[in-house]
Structure formats: structure tokens, C-alpha cells
Design a protein around this ligand. Sequence first.
Ligand code: ZN
Length: 243
Amino acid sequence: MRILVISDIHANLTAFETVLKDCRGEWDFVWCLGDVVGYGPDPNECVERLQELPMLCLAGNHDWAALERLDVRTFNPDARRAAEWTRDTLTPENTRFLEDLPVTFVIGEYTLVHASPREPIWEYILEPAIAAINFLHFDTPYCLVGHTHQPVIYSEVNGSGEARTDAPRYFNWHALNGNRQIINPGSIGQPRDQNPDAAYAILDLERGLFEHRRIPYDIRDVQGRMREYRLPERLVTRLEHGV
Ligand SMILES: [Zn+2]
């Protein structure tokens, strides 16, 4: 069985559709690691498109912000404005979908969370020291996370209490060889690693292989809708820089 692993769609339907088209016929099921909405102009469309797929989906901090489950005053002003616009734009049905999303999911050898196993909604795993601590907070060999919008692989260095960082090698299979790993597929809708292309991954469960991928999409298309809806200009321009 092959899994399409995605995260941080962030209401960017153009990027989401481009990814789905790029990997059509290559997967059986979708694991979505949260932040379906927030920042982008297409929250309803992305929730509805996701629900058409065979999938499981986790809650992210921006999904919770749209539900007023967390205080958006902790967000920067642009993210806050986008969160309030998202909340006002979501239909009651799509809001209910977000309300029902779980925070963690354990399936076979994999633990799935949005942010980190220690703090599933909040913590950013941006460095190996934070990854090392998080290896103590899940029991399976592998953990899949999103939230930072940066594709990466952290591997536990046995017995040392440390973690090693590996940059993704796009379109190359990475072996899940039993060494414990925390893997981030990157973000579909708002990459933040100086690469504006949409990020996603394919996981082959039987063969224990994980493949990071990047695909360009029509950024101007989504930017046009963001300007039409008067979403903050800084959120519009950052898409073309991948920051
Ligand atoms: Zn996010």
C-alpha cells in the first residue's frame, strides 16, 4: 500500500490540485498532517477536496484557530487577520469537519501528529536537539510531522540521546531501515525553505520507503484570489519566495 503524505495545505487549492495531479494513480490512501486551512484563499474548497479522497487527517494549530479553539492574539497580525477571515468564510459543515479532527494518530509503525509528539499542536521541530527530545515521546519506529513547512528527516542516533539531520533528496527513495526517524514531508500550500514549490511525499508501507517530492504550481493564480479577498499582502508575496 502506498500513502500520499501531505501537510499544511493552508487553503491553497491551486497547489493542492497540482500535487494531486502530479501523483495521480500512485497512492491508495492519504495521510494529512493538519493545517488544511489558514493563510490561503480557499478554505472551503480545500476541506471539500480533501474529503473526496480516501484519507485520515489530523488537526493543526491553524485549523484550531479557525475554530476559536486557541487565542489568535498569540498569532502575528497577518496570521491573525487570515485566521479571522478563514473563520468567517468556512461553512458550518466544513467547520464541523475541522472540529472532529484528531490530534494524534498511531497506525502500525507510524505516529502521526501536526507539530511534535511532545506538543502535537504547537511545538516546532526545527533543530536536531528538539527532535532528540521528541524521540522520547512516541513509541513507534517512525513519526510523521508537519507544522514547520520544511521537509526534513531526523534520525535517532542510538544510545547517544542525539538526533541527526538529513535534508530530503527529492524523487529518491529514502529507506526506513528500522532506525527511529521523525520525518516532515514539507508544506503543500506555503513552503518556508526558500523553495516556493509545493512539497509532498509518497510512503510505500510494504517496502519501507519514503520519497520527498517538490512540484511547481501556478503561484500567481492563488495570489490573485488572495488579493481579491484582501488577505494581507505579506502573506501573498511570501508564496513566491518560499518563506
Ligand atoms: Zn502550518
